[in-house]
Write a protein that binds this ligand. Structure first.
Ligand code: ADP
Ligand code: ADP
Ligand code: ZN
Length: 223
C-alpha cells in the first residue's frame, strides 16, 4: 500500500460517492465505499450482512468489528495498491485508529482527509431524490443530476435503476445524527494531524469536483 489514500468525510448526501467516482476516473484511485461493501454483504446473505442489515435500515452505524473485517479483506486485493479514495470510512475514532494500523503494516499512511461541508437541511432532499444505475452503479438524482434521456443511464445505456431502502426522510435524520455524534469529530482529528482540507460541497457537482481536484493534486505533489 504505497499509493495515495484520500478520505472523504461528510454526512449522507454530501456527495462522497459522486465525487469518489469522478476521482476514480481522473486519478485511477480505487473507490472504497464501506456502504457499498455492506450492501453487497446484505445481498449475499453473509453472516456480516445478516448482522448489519437491521442497523443499516435503522440508520445507525454498523459495528467497527464488522466494518473493519470487510474493509481489510477488500484492501488485500491488488488494485488497491494504486491508491484509494475512502468513501464513508472511517466513521468512528476506532475505525480511524484501525486504518492507521492497517496502512502502517504496509508502509502507507493517510494522504489527506477532505471534509465535504454542507447544510444538513439540504441533505434530506439530496438523499430522498437519489437513485443508482443497476448496471454500472452511476449515481443520479431526480432534480440535481438527471440523465440526458429520462430513464437511460448516460454512462452505460442501462434502463434499470435502484433506490436504497434507507434513503427516506426519517432514516436520513437518524443517519445525520449518527454522523454528528460519531463521525464529525474525525474532522478535528485529521486537522490536528495537518491532513485536513475543506471543500464547500453546497456548490454544484462540477464546482465541488474542481475544488477537490485542487486538494488531490496538491497532495500528489507533496507525496
Ligand atoms: P453521499 O455518498 O455523500 O451519501 P452522493 O454522492 O450519493 O452522497 O450524493 C447524494 C445525491 O445528491 C445523489 O443523488 C447525487 O446525484 C446528488 N448530489 C451529489 N452532489 C451534489 C451537489 N453538489 N449538488 C446537488 N446534488 C448533488
Ligand atoms: P451515506 O453516504 O448515504 O451515509 P453509505 O452508503 O456510506 O451511505 O452508508 C450506508 C449505511 O451503511 C450507513 O448508514 C451505516 O449503517 C452503514 N455504514 C457504511 N459505512 C460504515 C462505516 N464505516 N461504519 C459503520 N457503518 C457504516
Ligand atoms: Zn449505468
Amino acid at each position: 500500500m504505497t499509493g495515495q489514500i484520500v478520505i472523504l468525510l461528510g454526512p449522507p448526501g454530501a456527495g462522497k460517492g459522486t465525487q469518489a467516482r469522478m476521482l476514480e476516473e481522473r486519478h485511477g484511485l480505487v473507490q472504497l465505499s464501506t456502504g457499498d461493501m455492506l450492501r453487497g454483504a446484505v445481498r449475499a446473505g453473509t453472516p456480516a450482512g445478516l448482522a448489519a442489515k437491521a442497523v443499516m435500515e435503522a440508520g445507525g452505524l454498523v459495528s467497527d468489528e464488522i466494518v473493519l473485517a470487510i474493509l481489510k479483506e477488500r484492501m488485500t486485493q491488488p488494485d488497491v495498491a494504486r491508491g484509494a479514495i475512502l468513501d464513508g470510512f472511517p466513521r468512528t475514532a476506532g475505525q480511524a485508529a484501525a486504518l492507521d494500523r492497517l496502512l502502517a503494516g504496509s508502509g502507507g499512511q493517510v494522504s489527506a482527509a477532505v471534509s465535504l461541508d454542507v447544510d444538513d437541511e439540504a441533505m434530506v432532499d439530496r438523499v430522498s431524490g437519489r437513485y443508482t444505475c443497476a448496471s454500472c452503479g452511476e449515481g443520479w438524482h431526480d432534480r440535481f443530476k438527471q440523465p440526458t434521456r429520462a430513464g437511460t443511464c448516460d454512462k452505460c445505456g442501462g434502463t434499470e435503476f435502484t433506490r436504497r431502502a434507507d434513503d427516506n426522510e426519517t432514516t436520513v435524520r437518524d443517519r445525520l445524527g449518527a454522523y454528528h455524534a460519531q463521525t464529525a469529530p474525525l474532522i478535528a482529528h485529521y486537522d490536528a494531524l495537518g491532513l485536513l482540507a475543506r471543500v464547500d460541497a453546497m456548490q454544484e457537482i462540477d464546482a465541488v469536483a474542481r475544488d477537490l481536484e485542487r486538494v488531490v493534486t496538491e497532495t500528489t505533489a507533496r507525496a
